[in-house]
Design a protein around this ligand. Structure first.
Ligand SMILES: [Zn+2]
Length: 583
């Protein structure tokens, strides 16, 4: 195992891997970024390719490439190993299916099901009809393969029986969301959830299938010439995998595995509702696009997006009143400082319609998308009469929340001025109202941390930070260590060991190499911020540490003093008081 891990590390460039998740900027020998694990304005997240480590000097998280992938993907080590082995082209020994974890088995089931559906799309009679339908919607053969579209046959247990023949249990197929328990569990075996539907596999960030969207349409009914079975309600035009161990609807951004590189490159992401919107847009060359799967923008989705960009373009129909839930997502995004633009879609059309009619037009619509505030400005002014008092009130009621959420003060000032001009009122009055609105809005819009990264590393004590800083300086300026006559004792083993070997001018212990790398990186990080005066800084650290240990001693004596006082031990009290005054 260790040799495999080392081999993977050797083959991969840590900066390359991390840059697939977040935007890195080169600074000297390192790379720098805004930390994806805590929110910050100035980048303190560093990647050192030569040392093959990363570290955030803001929140203290750090480690190697495996740790990064685990934290970013919210996975166990085993899964991170698989992801990175794949990237590195290293074969890892697969375990027999009985011993794989439940999560892995669900992923296996999803993969097998995808293959099953793909095969059906090309080969069976109704599957071929479904494919004709896709092609008629201008989805190319290439896209069908790339997005692994498939067809679920209109049978009760076609998929389930296939999966059982591959060694999976029916209960597991239910857990993967692909089968449904019969009402009478005792009597009847679970049946396939997706029947007679075009299947859209849903992928995670690495492109593994984790769930499905199944779609049936009026059009397909006429193509297959067959009525839907009576258990399928007319409203279930789309159905999705329910939440499973690997799939959660509120977390999905369909297409993000394909879009992420392009999103980072363009520093912009287009958000649409439907799967076909993504497929067609990507097919026509606009690849920085993901789908929210027809639901609202959730805080989690925003969190994922913010790893790649702070700019997005909404490609769905936005009414001024909007759906309350969608509005909530936009509110949070605006608060988080996302720049939001809106595409003006022709009435009643979705992006897929526009693209299949005229791909060039889609491109144009994206290019001419409007800033969200501008968009709402025009809508509000169109909707109400700004000449009447009533109209003025309505317009400001609509626009003030948007303006209040603008994080950039200059931009905000601009829109306040505009609104004052349009309504023919004093700017000050609008400023007043914006302030009021901003206060009301402040509540409940924080983006929650993703559960995977919620557990925080224990923050280092101030003493520990000072000690590490001192060691960093001694490491970089070994001549200072000889000049210094202070007696120093470090509170942690690694620190004491490093100090001793530095003072003795010895070769640095090998088992400290990780710790030393980190100190070196910390030095580079600090140099980035400005000149370091070693002598002065070392003195500062030593003084602070000495004061710290003195305070610590006094604190202890005071505790003893309390006990002595409670016991009425006069002798002891006077001794302790003397000690304190000495200190
Ligand atoms: Zn951080």
């Amino acid at each position: 195992m260790t040799s495999q891990i080392e081999e993977i590390k050797d083959r991969l460039d840590i900066a390359q891997v991390i840059s697939e998740y977040i935007k890195l900027k080169k600074v000297g020998a390192n790379y720098r970024a805004l930390c994806p694990f805590h929110s910050e304005k100035n980048p303190s997240f560093y990647v050192s390719p030569s040392r093959q480590i990363w570290h955030c000097f803001g929140c203290g998280k750090g480690g190697d490439v495996f740790k990064f992938v685990m934290m970013m993907e919210g996975t166990e080590f085993k899964e991170a190993l698989e992801i990175l082995a794949k990237k590195a082209g290293v074969e890892i020994r697969r375990e027999p299916i009985q011993t794989r974890t439940e999560k892995q088995r669900i992923l296996d089931i999803c993969e097998l099901a995808t293959k099953f559906f793909e095969k059906q799309l090309g080969e069976t009679k109704t599957g071929k009809k479904a494919k004709e339908y896709l092609l008629s919607r201008k989805i190319s053969q290439e896209s069908i393969e790339k997005w692994r579209l498939g067809y679920a046959p209109n049978t009760w247990r076609g998929l389930s029986d296939f999966l059982v023949s591959k060694g999976y249990k029916r209960t597991e197929i239910v857990k993967a969301g692909l089968a449904v328990e019969s009402e009478d569990k005792e009597k009847s075996t679970p049946y396939d959830r997706f029947r007679g539907r075009i299947m859209f596999p849903i992928f995670n960030l690495q492109g593994q299938v984790i769930g499905f969207g199944g779609r049936t349409t009026e059009d397909i009914k006429t193509i297959t010439g067959k009525e839907l079975s009576s258990t399928q309600h007319p409203e279930s035009k789309y159905i999705n995998t329910p939440n499973t161990l690997v799939y959660s609807k509120s977390r999905i951004l369909y297409g993000v595995h394909e879009a992420k590189t392009e999103v980072r490159k363009k520093d912009n992401c287009i958000l649409v509702e439907g799967y076909t919107d993504v497929i067609l847009s990507s097919q026509e060359g606009t690849k920085n696009i993901v789908s929210t799967s027809g639901i609202t923008l959730t805080p989690y989705q925003l969190k994922v997006l913010s790893r790649y960009t702070k700019n997005f373009i909404l490609g769905f129909d936005m009414d001024i009143a909007g759906e309350a839930a969608t509005q909530k997502g936009i509110d949070i995004a605006q608060f988080q400082g996302f720049n939001i633009k809106i595409v003006s879609l022709p009435e009643g059309k979705d992006p897929a319609d526009v693209i299949s009619e005229n791909p060039g037009r889609w491109q144009k619509l994206i290019e001419t998308s409007q800033e969200i505030v501008n968009f709402y400005f025009q809508k509000a002014l169109k909707g109400f009469n700004k000449k009447t008092l009533e109209g003025k009130k309505e317009i400001s009621k609509l626009l003030l929340p948007f303006i209040a959420r603008i994080q950039n003060k200059i931009e905000q000032a601009h829109w306040i001025k505009e609104l004052a001009k349009e309504l023919n009122v004093k700017e000050e009055a609008i400023w007043e109202e914006v302030k009021k609105t901003a206060k009301e809005q402040k509540v409940g819009t924080e983006i929650p941390e993703t559960p995977e990264i919620e557990e925080r590393e224990k923050p280092k004590t101030r003493q520990r930070l000072l000690e590490e800083r001192l060691l960093m300086l001694f490491l970089k300026f070994p001549e200072e260590i000889r000049k210094s006559k202070e007696i120093l004792k470090f509170s942690f083993e690694e620190g004491e060991k490093l100090f001793q070997s530095l003072r003795g001018g010895e070769k640095l212990p090998k088992d400290l190499s990780e710790f030393i790398s980190l100190l070196e990186l910390q030095y580079e990080f600090e140099r980035e911020k400005g000149e370091i005066n070693p002598e002065q800084e070392i003195q500062f650290c030593i003084n602070s540490l000495q004061k710290f240990s003195k305070d610590e001693k006094i604190r202890k004596i005071i505790n003893e003093l309390k006990i002595a006082e409670a016991a009425g031990d006069k002798n002891k009290i006077s001794k302790l008081l003397k000690k304190i005054s000495q200190l």
